[in-house]
Design a protein around this ligand. Structure first.
Ligand code: NDP
Length: 393
């Protein structure tokens, strides 16, 4: 029977997911893109073959609104690529309508810069009772990085002792300062304290306190800073024998200098302030000033390289491997009119949903990526535009 797929959120990632679902329409069937702003959906629709995509509006902050949308089309699955603030309302609508759910980012409350899986994991029973599935964090990181870890565990190790997740974006968009995806989420991420996990405990660092230089294949050596990143919360639960996990991301010097200045003058604040009789949230105002990430696509050159280095034991011997994926901003733009950051997030979202609809990855309840057999996902990455490589170090 033909399936019906709803994609919520017509931003940078939404554009890629939509293009990729249409490329795989035998699986996704009838495809509807819904967002707050209909014109954004229509713009994406105009890039695709006529009749391949329907568009609608939804306010995903309102559960009933999402329920109405799902019922209107009798959807089989909702791919949530709106913002993390909408995760819970969309999950609740999926439970109410017995519809499968997928997202790419942890729930966050708009007024608190803190993300964790707790409130999403709490919905496990509700999804099981409704007889449907939620797949959390099916982007690149979280997402592909979790699958890389599961693949390393399945094929290369008896026990993994340490994992470093290494995220490099060597793209150049030509602006003195801009963010590659939603600025608010991007800026919150880098101005937060760092955190890693060692011997069963979380260890906190000052923002950008720990730095190393990593030589990224096809990119070269880059300054990489330790950050907290959400996939670590689920990986520490699911990777056998793990002793330490860290996450590093590259940042250029100009980017960090701008960030520091903005922080020092209070422009990264998330609390409303009084301005000429009006309340404004500094970081939201900053977002208005910065270029729309979607507009960076045509100007961005260079590559991304995201991967994991895992170290551990196989047949009593020490072993260390590196699994990584390199994408090229211009090639991504050519294919789906988005740069590589949106591309590397949107493609895995489509793949996760494809495996769910094909019942290759299917369990009732709420799940993280590494809890499934990595092999079919790894195969799809090679077919759908994100080929990966593996090296023994
Ligand atoms: P954008 O800001 O470009 O797009 C978000 C879209 O969501 C916008 O088009 C916006 O709608 C829509 N939206 C926001 N609020 C609502 C609402 N209440 N109801 C309906 N639609 C709404 O963000 P990105 O595309 O860059 O990111 C999308 C998601 O992907 C985010 O959750 C982000 O955290 C995640 N992400 C995950 C990564 C990973 O590797 N796992 C990496 C990068 C991003 P409109 O414009 O119509 O107002």
């Amino acid at each position: 029977m033909m399936k019906t797929t709803i994609i919520i959120g017509a931003g940078g990632v939404g554009r890629v997911v939509t293009h990729k679902c249409v490329q795989n329409k035998d699986t996704f069937g009838r495809i509807i893109l819904a967002s707050r702003t209909l014109s954004k959906c229509k713009e994406i629709q105009s890039e695709l073959p006529q009749g391949s995509l329907e568009v609608d509006t939804v306010d995903a902050d309102n559960t009933q609104n999402v329920i109405d949308l799902i019922q209107k089309y009798d959807a089989d699955i909702v791919i949530n690529v709106a913002l993390p603030y909408q995760d819970l309302t969309i999950m609740d609508a999926c439970v109410a309508t017995k519809t499968d759910y997928l997202d790419t980012a942890n729930y966050e409350h708009p007024d608190e810069a803190k993300f964790e899986y707790k409130l999403q994991w709490q919905r496990d029973e509700a999804f099981k009772e409704a007889g449907v599935m939620a797949l959390l964090g099916s982007g690149f990181d979280p997402g592909v990085t979790n699958v890389f870890c599961a693949y390393a565990q399945k094929h290369y190790f008896d026990e993994i002792h340490t994992i470093d997740i290494l995220d490099c974006n060597a793209g150049d968009h030509g602006y003195a300062f801009a963010t590659n995806f939603n600025p608010e989420i991007n800026l919150r991420e880098v101005s937060a304290k760092g955190r890693y996990w060692e011997n069963g405990e979380w260890i906190e660092t000052e923002p950008m306190e720990i730095k190393m230089v990593w030589d990224y294949p096809e990119v070269g050596p880059k300054d990489s800073y330790l950050l907290y990143h959400e996939e670590m919360e689920s990986l520490v639960k699911h990777i056998k024998g793990l002793k330490r996990i860290r996450f590093f991301m590259t940042f250029g010097e100009s980017y960090l200098t701008h960030m520091k200045c903005l922080e020092n003058v209070g422009m990264l604040g998330i609390e409303p302030i009084e301005h000429q009789g009006q309340k404004i949230v500094p970081i939201e105002f900053l977002k208005t000033l910065l270029p729309d990430p979607a507009s960076l696509g045509p100007h961005t050159k260079g590559k991304t390289n995201i991967g994991i280095v895992a170290e551990g034991i196989k047949d009593g011997k020490k072993k260390k491997i590196y699994i990584y994926q390199v994408s090229d901003h211009e090639a991504c733009y050519k294919e789906v009119k988005s740069q590589a950051v949106s591309y590397t997030t949107g493609v895995p979202a489509m793949i996760g949903a494809k495996l769910m609809l094909e019942k290759k990855w299917y369990k009732e309840g709420v799940w993280n990526m590494e809890e499934f057999d990595p092999d079919p996902f790894m195969e799809e990455l090679n077919k759908q535009g994100l080929p990966w490589k593996i090296q023994e170090l």
